[in-house]
Design a protein around this ligand. Structure first.
Ligand code: EPZ
Length: 451
């Protein structure tokens, strides 16, 4: 449990390192090499620990020196179901081990997948693509076993939705499959482009065409890589929103303008100010509240280059301080606005609707999910007892507690926030936040490995 004494503007600077949603995938890619890989700027977060554990049980030698990760996959071997289960926890990462393990060992196992509770999170696209590559999928009560008795062969596949994970699945499987793969309606998030850079360094041939078409020419073997990941644009946007909601001023060292263009437009439309320092070593973006009322906006989340679904929650907290009615239409996940009930408890004026408010109708409106929010501001937030439901919603609860008057108690920080935000308590203290960790409570909080 974390006690947050709210009402202090956040002021100072924080540093963001490699993006969580690239680092974990680049670690899986190391499995495909016939020589060691080096990944720099790795954040100290639990998702990295989970993938480290999974690589080790598959025989990969993993060493962390500072923020540099060395991975030697030359002795990859089969892992037992129990070992995989222990290390995966409820993480979703094991699904991405399928292609590399099928290539290297002819067998892979997927335990029951968890992950943040933000929707159904099916894996049908993944399994369908793997089947088409030639995998035999056997669902059993202990999980899903896959084998590739005749090897893996290039495919032509079109995704129903530009899924990040399914695009990564196809890339990680196609690079060493026999023949050429053409993926249509692919995700093109900056993290996907960075994964393509990693695979290219290993020897892959991957062409990104217009209109979300990615072509992969299978190669016989891949080597290792040395890579510095793109910075974490979700963490950067979280600190930016915290600066805005608390009326503060935060320099986010390491954040990169090009990856955050859509967020920066929204930040400015709401009334936030920012300044980009593009020094390659020391640069970043300064975000601040310039004073005066914030402006209401109508927004909807979308796949890249649209507004990221992971930016939605911190932006909504900032919008509780805007002068008028704002709309947030969540089109990527069906159930990613549940966290607003805690914000309501803190005094925010937020109503949820199943209609598609603003923008084009999306697949969730037809299915009656509460996926649009109307936010009436400005409202004075007051302290509350908060139970964090997932990683991004959890950080937005922290922002709300920091902006609120009084002392909030936030439960679940060890379970969720540490998955994706490194040293967040030190960073918060460095920004002047008044937070406390009652010593007795610290030992009581569970830390299961879900990602
Ligand atoms: C990745 O999840 C990220 N996670 C998520 O961030 C992020 O919110 C999401 O991409 C969208 O940007 C990681 O990279 C580890 P998807 P992923 O497949 O790959 C549907 C965070 O907090 N879908 O792009 O699991 C799915 O239900 C996390 O860092 C299918 O229908 O997301 C969703 O509606 C949370 N069938 C949509 O696609 C499938 O087989 C997008 O999901 C796969 C996905």
């Amino acid at each position: 449990m974390l006690m947050i004494h709210g009402g202090t503007p956040l002021e100072g600077e924080v540093t963001v390192r490699g993006a969580k949603n690239l680092v974990s995938k680049a670690m899986v890619a190391a499995l495909l090499g016939n020589s060691p890989s080096v990944l720099r700027g790795v954040p100290a977060i639990r998702d990295v620990e989970v993938v480290t554990g999974l690589l080790r049980v598959h025989g990969v030698d993993v060493d962390l020196d500072g923020d540099t990760l060395y991975m030697d996959p030359t002795s990859v071997g089969q892992a037992g179901v129990d070992e995989i289960n222990v290390h995966a926890g409820t993480s979703r990462i094991p699904i991405l081990f399928c292609g590399p393990l099928l290539h290297r060992l002819g067998h892979a196992f997927i335990p029951d997948l968890g992950g943040c509770n933000i929707g159904g999170r099916p894996i049908d696209f993944h399994l369908e693509a793997l089947r088409q590559f030639g995998a035999v999928v056997d669902k059993t009560p202990e999980g899903t076993h896959l084998s590739a008795p005749d090897g893996l062969h290039g495919i032509r596949y079109e995704l129903d939705f530009p899924s990040v994970g399914a695009t990564e699945q196809v890339l990680l499987t196609a690079v060493t499959a026999e023949g050429t793969t053409e993926l249509r309606n692919a995700a093109i998030e900056p993290e996907i482009m960075d994964l393509i850079c990693v695979l290219q360094k290993m020897g892959a041939i991957i062409k990104v065409h217009t209109n979300r078409v990615i072509e992969v020419v299978g190669v016989g073997a891949l080597g290792g890589y040395s890579h510095r990941p793109l910075p974490d644009r979700i963490e950067a946007a979280s600190w930016a929103s915290a600066a805005l909601a608390t009326g503060g001023n935060v320099f986010v060292r390491g954040s990169n303008q090009a990856d955050m263009m859509t967020f920066l437009n929204v930040f400015r439309s709401i009334g936030g100010a920012y300044d980009v320092d593009d020094d390659p070593l020391e640069g970043g973006i300064r975000f601040w509240h310039p004073g005066g009322p914030l402006k209401p906006v109508a927004l909807e989340t979308d796949v890249h280059p649209g507004l990221m679904t992971d930016w939605q929650q911190p932006i909504v907290v900032a919008l509780t301080q805007a002068d008028g009615l704002s709309i947030m239409h969540e089109t990527v996940y069906e159930n990613r606005l549940g966290y607003t009930s805690e914000l309501r408890q803190m005094g925010a004026g937020i109503e949820l609707y199943s209609d598609c408010l603003g923008g084009a109708p999306c697949r969730w409106g037809r299915r009656n999910f509460l996926h649009s929010a109307v936010i009436a501001g400005p409202t004075k937030l007051h302290a509350a007892e908060l139970r964090i439901p997932d990683l991004r919603a959890g950080f937005s609860h922290l922002i709300a507690a920091l902006a609120a008057e009084g002392t909030s108690r936030v439960y679940g920080v060890d379970r969720y926030i540490t998955r994706g935000y490194e040293n967040f308590e030190d960073k918060l203290r460095g920004l002047g936040a008044k937070i406390e960790r009652p010593a007795l409570e610290r030992t009581r909080e569970p830390t299961p490995a879900d990602a």
